[in-house]
Design a protein around this ligand. Structure first.
Ligand SMILES: [Zn+2]
Length: 347
């Protein structure tokens, strides 16, 4: 993501804005002060990435030390929250406003020049000078890399190989098994309600802790987690099948679990034998209020508490399912990151 104001300010100093596949993937770039710089925003930080070849060597270790010494004294001045210097360049993260961020970019450029870091005349991968040949700009993960043709093609191949591996990993999944596993684990989740209500709840209410049943509703979240991981174990592919299976299993088995739980709690608390379950009233009393209105003051309405607990449980299950499915969606969206290659001219 990158805000309109930042784009405007960057364009004034010669940057080009590139729209991404989604708003989040937009970035700006320029050959600025002799370096290929990419700018984007990430988690509340403005990020500037300076791409250059910076191999591990004794000479560079000294430069690295010098730069981090200079920089660490100025971190506060420029609101720098983090910075990295690695083999393929330098990244600075800034929490300050736009004017301060632009000043920081200038400061970085002067720091790179002072330390005689190879600029955009050189390939950022093999370190060779371009000379009369035109360099390639290779873009992935919102960041641009300047390379010679050979290195650019090699990088594109590496990235597309990786993407193909990821895709075949996705294909390897078995949707049928994923649905079965998700369903079975959801059932395990539902049976947690039984355990809690049948074994724990009677003991708790003897010690006057009846309200503990509201805490049991958290099991709805556990059911959604089991539904999700059960599915993911056999298929990592985000799609309608994953969304429907996880959402339906989360809600359905939470509802079943909550219902079974409350029926068995009734049996346990009232000292009935399990064979009483063959009487359909044990199953129905929680679902509807059968007490005539004129004597309702004298009796407890069993169904009211069930519906209340059911709604809370379902809310936990729905929130859980939404969180897990969004993370699955995000992960698969990230994988679809593409690599682009373009020939550029350095003025
Ligand atoms: Zn190269």
């Amino acid at each position: 993501m990158i805000t309109k104001n930042l784009i405007k300010s960057l364009e004034e100093i010669g940057f080009t804005y590139v729209e991404g596949a989604t708003a989040e993937k937009g970035h700006a770039y320029a050959i600025y002060g002799g370096y290929l710089v990419s700018v984007y925003e990430s988690a509340g930080n403005k990020v500037a990435y300076f791409n250059f070849k910076f191999p591990d060597s004794e000479e560079n270790d000294i430069k690295k030390y010098n730069m981090s010494e200079t920089f660490s004294n100025e971190l506060n001045e420029y609101s720098v929250s983090d910075y990295t210097l690695s083999e393929d360049g330098m990244r600075v993260f800034c929490t300050g406003n736009i004017p301060l961020f632009l000043k920081l970019i200038d400061r970085c450029v002067s720091l790179l020049i002072e330390n005689e870091i190879r600029d955009s005349e050189y390939c950022s991968k093999c370190g060779n000078k371009f000379g009369s040949r035109k360099p390639k700009k290779v873009t992935y993960d919102k960041e641009n890399h300047i390379m010679c043709e050979h290195c650019a093609l090699e990088t594109v191949e590496e990235i597309s190989n990786r993407a193909a591996e990821d895709a075949s990993d996705e294909k390897k999944g078995n949707v049928g098994l994923a649905i079965i596993c998700s369903t079975l684990l959801s059932l395990v989740g539902a049976s947690l309600y039984f355990v809690l209500y049948y074994f724990l709840s009677p003991a708790m209410s003897e010690s006057g802790l009846n309200e503990v049943r509201y805490i049991f509703c958290v099991v709805g979240f556990v059911v959604s987690m089991l539904a999700y991981y059960g599915y993911k174990f056999f298929s990592k592919k985000a799609g309608p099948c994953a969304y429907i299976t996880v959402a339906v299993n989360s809600l359905l088995f939470t509802a079943i679990g909550q219902y079974i739980g409350i029926v068995f709690e009734f049996i346990a608390k009232n000292g009935f034998n399990l064979s009483a379950l063959s009487n359909k009233h044990f199953w129905l009393v929680h679902l509807r209020n059968t007490i005539p209105a004129d004597v309702s003051d004298l009796f407890t309405d069993y169904s009211a508490i069930f519906w209340k607990l059911l709604i809370i449980s379902l809310m936990f299950a729905a929130v859980g399912a939404a969180i897990f499915l969004l993370s699955l969606h995000d992960k698969s969206a990230q994988k679809k990151e593409t690599v682009e290659i373009e020939t550029i001219t350095i003025k």
